[in-house]
Design a protein around this ligand. Sequence first.
Ligand code: PXL
Length: 267
Amino acid sequence: MKLALTIAGSDSGGGAGIQADLKTFSAHGVFGMSVITSVTAQNTKAVLGVEDISPEMVYLQMKAVFEDLAPDAVKIGMVSSEAIIKSIVKGLDEFKPEKVVLDPVMISKSGHALLRPEAVEALKTELLKRCLVVTPNIPEAQVLSGITIKSVEDMKKAAEKIMSYGCRSVIIKGGHLEGDAVDVFFDGREFQELKAKKVPTKNTHGTGCTFSSALAANLALGHDLFTSFKLAKEYITLAIENSIDIGGGAGPVHHFYKLYRMAGMKG
Ligand code: PXL
């Protein structure tokens, strides 16, 4: 069995963060492990509170996993603070995982800050260069690149700028632009675009987490990066199409739509 590790925040509502990541790994037949960086008190409507785990404990969780379990891929999500970024960097430098996916989470679906503004610089200068791929959405890509994005051409310029921080590739997710959801992939040599029809639903809680975990799961399974990107895009599109209408706000995407369909289960 292949193994994947998520280093991210907990979402008590179960739709995003660690919970989404572990469900996504399981849906791909990959054994999931977790390093929790922060606990959010959250539902489909709002974040009521955020409490960070101590940086020492973040490092210790990484040590516990890596000294025994050897993840085939790692996904990093909500990192919250500069001190936690420093702990993660210490762990990455010590244990040297090869395939690291970074989802540079900044704000929750409901608009709550999940990364302190003063930690953006450390994320850019310390974390990016230790990653195989970084997966910002448009607002995150604007913060990372300093470029205003209104078109696919702007996404390409932002991708080039983000690459200058030393990551090995970038996927900018175009879901926030008008029209089809066009994602731009850049590995420093060529640009590739993947397009999908936008699914008309309010139930998109956890899309970013789920996409980056699906990417990590496919990398853990041994697929190359671009194939993993294509498979993750297909998975998230279907998970959104089958999203679950629960709670009063943005409901979660359906991580197990395939399994449920196979088993003839409702939901
Ligand atoms: O989707 C971004 C995200 C990441 N991590 C945690 C979250 C959210 C969004 O709500 O709660 C813990």
